[in-house]
Design a protein around this ligand. Structure first.
Ligand code: NAD
Length: 425
C-alpha cells in the first residue's frame, strides 16, 4: 500500500479552512445582504489571557489561554475548551465559527464559542491541573455566565475540569451555578448520556447514511475509526453494539486492525486498564496514515483537524466518511473525495450529538429537573435525524454536497435571526 503521510496541522490552517468553507456556502446565499455575509466572517469577541500557575515545586510558570465568541445572535455562546500545546488563536477562531454553524444547523438556541489553553495537561500533576483550570476560569469570568457563554469539554479536558470551573464560578458568585458548564459529572448536575452523546450521534448519522444508500446488513459493513478518545471510543462501541464490523481503531500512537472485526468491548477494557492501544494482542498494527487508507465502507475520523488532506485523499478507500472530529477534511480533500463519489457527512452535523446533549444538560440545570438516559437518547435522535434529513433535502435541492448544504442551512438561520433583530443601534 502507498501511504501518503504529508499533513498540515496548524490552527491558522483550520481558520483558513473554516473561512473557505464559509465562502463556498455563501455562493448559494446570494439573496442575503452582502453586509450580513461579511459580518458573519468575523468573531464577535476574542479574549486572550496570560496567567501564572504555581507548580508543585514552588516555581511560577506563565500560560496563555483564549476564548472566542463567534456569534451570539441565537442565544448564549456554546463551545468546548481545549488543553493542548497546539492551541492557537486561529484554531480557536475556526472552532468557534464551526460551533455557530453547528448549533444553528441542529436548531438549538445557542451561538458559537471555543476556548483553549496552550498546555500539555499530561505534563501537570492533578493539583497543578486544578490550579491552572481554576485560574483560567477566573480569568474568563467577565465573559462567562449561563446566559452569556457556557463552556464544555473538548480535547485534553474532561468532566473533572468542568467540575473545577463550575466550582470556581460558584464560589465567586456565592451560590451553586451548575448551568455555567456542560459535560459535568452527573453528581453536580451533569446529564445522563452526555459522555456517549457525540460518538452515538456519529453512529446515528452513519446509520441514516447507510440506510439512504440501501445498506441493510450491519454485519457486512466495515467501519474504521481514527481516534479512540471520547468520540471515537463511544462511536466504535455503539457501532459494535448495532452489529457493524469495526475493523480498525487508533490513538495518537497508531492503530490496530483486524479485517474480520475487532472485539470492541475487549479493546475498551484494555484501553481503560493500560491507557493506550499499544501492545493490544493478536491484531495487525497500522500507522494513523495507513489506517485512513484501509479498505472499508465507512471511515469515522474522530481524532482532530486536517487528517484527510490533498496528500492522502485520493488513497481513501471508504465510500462514506462521517466526521466525528472537527475539521478533519481540508477543502482540497473535499473536492478530491467528492469527485471520487465519496459521501461525506460533515462535522457540524455528524458530531453535533455532543452539543445537543449539552443543551439538554443546560436545560435540566436551569429547570433543576433531570431526565433519564432513555429520554436523553430519544430526544438526541429526534433532533439529529431531523437535521440530517433537512440537510440531505437541501443538498438534493441545490445539487450540492452535504457540507455545503449544512453550512448553507446554518448560515441562513443565523443571518435570518440577525436580520429580524436588526443591526444595533
Ligand atoms: P479525546 O482527547 O478524548 O480523544 C482524541 C483521540 O485522538 C485520542 O485517542 C488521541 O490519542 C487521538 N489523537 C490525538 N492526536 C492524534 C493524531 N495526530 N492522530 C491520530 N489520533 C490522534 O478528544 P475527543 O473529545 O474524542 O475529541 C476528538 C475530536 O472530536 C476533536 O476534533 C473534537 O473537537 C471533536 N469533538 C468532540 C466532542 C466531544 O463531545 N468530546 C464533540 C464534538 C466534536
Amino acid at each position: 500500500m502507498v501511504v501518503a503521510t504529508q499533513s498540515v496541522n496548524h490552527g491558522d490552517e483550520a481558520y483558513k479552512i473554516a473561512l473557505e468553507q464559509y465562502n463556498r456556502a455563501a455562493k448559494y446565499l446570494v439573496d442575503l445582504d452582502d453586509g450580513l455575509i461579511e459580518y458573519l466572517r468575523y468573531p464577535r469577541r476574542e479574549f486572550t489571557v496570560n496567567f501564572p500557575v504555581r507548580r508543585d515545586d514552588g516555581r511560577i510558570e506563565m500560560y496563555t489561554g483564549y476564548r472566542v465568541h463567534h456569534n451570539t445572535a441565537m442565544g448564549p455562546s456554546k463551545g468546548g475548551l481545549r488543553f493542548s500545546t497546539a492551541v492557537t488563536l486561529d484554531e480557536v477562531r475556526a472552532l468557534a465559527m464551526w460551533m455557530t454553524w453547528k448549533c444553528a444547523l441542529v436548531n438549538i438556541p445557542y451561538g458559537g464559542a471555543k476556548g483553549g489553553v496552550v498546555v500539555d495537561p499530561k505534563t501537570l500533576s492533578p493539583t497543578e491541573l486544578e490550579r491552572l483550570t481554576r485560574r483560567y476560569a477566573a480569568e474568563l469570568f467577565p465573559l462567562m455566565s449561563p446566559q452569556m457563554d457556557v463552556p464544555a469539554p473538548d480535547m485534553g479536558t474532561n468532566p473533572q475540569v468542568m467540575a473545577w470551573i463550575m466550582d470556581t464560578y460558584s464560589m465567586t458568585v456565592g451560590y451553586s451555578v451548575p448551568a455555567i458548564v456542560t459535560g459535568k459529572p452527573i453528581a453536580i448536575g451533569g446529564s445522563e448520556g452526555r459522555t456517549e452523546a457525540t460518538g452515538r450521534g456519529v453512529v446515528v448519522c452513519m446509520v441514516a447514511t447507510l440506510k439512504h444508500f440501501g445498506y441493510n446488513d450491519p454485519n457486512s459493513v466495515r467501519v474504521v475509526v481514527q481516534g479512540f478518545g471520547n468520540v471515537g471510543s463511544h462511536a466504535a462501541q455503539y457501532a459494535h453494539e448495532l452489529g457493524f464490523k469495526v475493523t480498525a481503531v487508533s490513538d495518537v500512537e497508531g492503530g490496530i486492525y483486524n479485517p474480520n472485526g475487532l472485539d470492541i468491548p475487549d479493546v475498551l477494557r484494555y484501553v481503560r486498564e493500560k491507557g493506550r492501544l499499544r501492545d493490544y494482542p493478536n491484531v495487525d498494527r497500522v500507522t494513523n496514515a495507513e489506517l485512513l487508507q484501509l479498505p472499508c465502507d465507512v471511515l469515522l475520523p474522530c481524532a482532530m483537524e486536517n487528517q484527510i488532506h490533498v496528500g492522502n485523499a485520493s488513497h481513501i478507500q471508504a465510500r462514506f466518511v462521517i466526521e466525528g472530529a472537527n475539521g478533519p477534511t481540508t477543502p482540497e480533500a473535499d473536492d478530491i473525495l467528492n469527485d471520487k463519489g465519496v459521501y461525506i457527512v460533515p462535522d457540524i452535523l455528524a458530531n453535533s450529538g455532543g452539543v445537543i446533549v449539552s443543551y439538554f444538560e443546560w436545560v435540566q440545570d436551569l429547570q433543576a429537573f433531570f431526565w433519564g438516559k432513555e429520554a436523553v437518547f430519544e430526544n438526541l435522535e429526534r433532533i439529529l435525524s431531523a437535521a440530517y434529513q433537512a440537510t440531505q433535502h437541501t443538498a438534493e435541492k441545490l445539487k450540492i454536497d452535504m457540507r455545503t448544504a449544512a453550512q448553507v442551512s446554518a448560515i441562513r438561520r443565523v443571518a435570518d435571526a440577525i436580520a429580524i433583530r436588526g443591526i444595533y443601534p
